[in-house]
Design a protein around this ligand. Structure first.
Ligand SMILES: *[C@@H]1O[C@H](CO)[C@@H](O)[C@H](O)[C@H]1NC(C)=O
Ligand SMILES: *[C@@H]1O[C@H](CO)[C@@H](O)[C@H](O)[C@H]1NC(C)=O
Length: 410
């Protein structure tokens, strides 16, 4: 069997929920566990035999992905080609795929993996493929169970027990219908392009009938395609019991980081830092970039990523956090449940602390104000010595001289 894969990378306007971090880096390229979000997709795709090409489809400027594509080609180029196809405007998640249908079908692939960029997952693509060959549907969707109180945030699936044929697909339902949700990861037969053609024509004729409709002409994979595939009984769900998280808000990057680090412990243990004599004390899964300098009297982990050229002083404690490039953390500072943005500086005895993310709830409410669960320092934030910052999101280029709790600091 021959495959192609598409990663839906979206565009600048869709990244707004990832602010303030998306001001300096598109969400798709934000580093988790030492690699950009969609690097993990490529790593999973490199384990699929018969995959010829990976296409990133979105409406960012092409220059945004230049360095990424260079690095990705160096690493995965012997397995598949990787290219970026830019939509001239936002066409909708299925609209972009349909627009590039000739490009996608070149070389006659029989199947198409479509992966949303904003997920962290173990990507059981080979298992999906095996399941796909056992049914007569046009699409296998990856599903996962979430706590019932979180289900309304996602596309919910009702499936026939036994066959796993999807009977209903409802995007973000108002009332509970199922705790089985879509992971945003699909395997399609190329015959899906016929269904897309019909859906595009239907959409156009609806708009022609009612020019004042609120419906735009964007073709959405979820609302327009999956729903009709379910009605046609052509959609099947493969349920994964392994990890899955959506990376929508900055806070969600921290559990995603933790889950990938825990996966490294099983699949790439050599990537993780170890406690060694003369080195810092390491607890659980920790990734330290080779160019970072960590004092041997620091204690790091579990679930921590330390980025390139970071400098960490003695007596520093870091747990459940992502420390981005060029950060300096001075002696005896403590960083818990936080993201520390590029080029930031944390003073001595300073404490930066957020709240651990519970399940899929990355936003918490304080006195009626919604804040990120994780404490977030954007790019180039300086926090002076002996300051305590709890449950705060700090915008770029700020200098903090006194302690703050439960605030968004502009
Ligand atoms: C992080 O680390 C601890 C200890 O290793 C673990 O129990 C926890 O579940 C981890 N994962 C996440 C997602 O926080
Ligand atoms: C931070 O938020 C958590 C969760 O709402 C709360 O339990 C904690 O008390 C907060 N911290 C401060 C200093 O207000």
């Amino acid at each position: 069997m021959t495959f192609k894969a598409i990663i839906l990378v979206g565009g600048p306007s869709r990244g707004t929920r990832f602010r303030p971090l998306s001001l300096d880096c598109p969400k798709t390229l934000f580093p988790v566990a030492g690699h950009p979000v969609i690097w993990h997709h490529l790593e999973a795709l490199s384990r699929v035999d018969g995959l010829r090409e990976v296409l990133l489809i979105g409406f960012f400027e092409a220059s945004v992905f230049e360095n990424f594509l260079f690095d990705a080609t160096r690493k995965f180029g012997d397995k598949f080609h990787i290219r970026y196809l830019r939509e001239y405007r936002a066409l909708g998640t299925a609209g972009g795929i349909y627009h590039f249908r000739d490009e996608i079908q070149r070389g006659d692939p029989q199947h198409l993996f479509v992966l949303n960029a904003d997920v962290a997952c173990s990507f059981p693509l080979n298992e999906m493929m095996n399941f796909h060959t056992t049914h007569r549907g046009l699409c296998t969707i990856l599903g996962t169970k979430v706590p019932p109180e979180d289900a309304h945030r996602f596309g919910c699936l009702v499936a026939k027990p036994g066959s796993n044929e999807v009977l209903h697909y409802v995007e973000k339902p108002e009332s509970f219908i199922s705790d089985l949700i879509s992971c945003g990861i699909y395997l399609f037969d190329v015959a899906i392009f016929n269904t897309m053609k019909e859906a595009t024509q239907n959409k156009a004729s609806q708009i022609a009938l009612d020019p004042y409709t609120d419906n735009d002409d964007k073709l959405q994979l979820e609302q327009d395609l999956l729903r009709s595939l379910a009605e046609l009984r052509k959609l099947y769900v493969f349920e994964t019991k392994d990890f899955w998280r959506q990376i929508k808000t900055p806070s969600s990057a921290v559990p995603a980081n933790a889950l990938y680090l825990e996966q490294y412990a099983k699949t790439f243990p050599e990537r993780l830092a170890k406690s060694e004599s003369g080195g810092p004390q390491i607890v659980g899964a920790v990734y330290i970039h080779p160019t970072a300098v960590v004092d041997p009297r620091a204690k790091i982990g579990p679930n921590v990523t330390i980025g390139p050229r970071v400098v960490i002083g003695k007596g520093v404690r870091i747990k459940d956090s992502i420390i981005l490039d060029n950060v300096e953390i001075k002696n005896f500072a403590c960083v818990l449940h936080s993201i520390i943005g590029w080029d930031s500086k944390i003073g001595t005895w300073t404490r930066i602390e957020g709240t651990p993310v519970i399940n899929h709830q990355t936003i918490i409410t304080h006195n009626g104000v919604k804040v990120q669960s994780i404490a977030i320092l954007s790019k180039d934030v300086t926090v002076k010595d002996e300051v305590v910052i709890r449950n705060c999101t700090v915008l770029p280029h700020k200098e903090l001289k006194s302690s703050c709790h439960n605030e968004i600091l502009m």
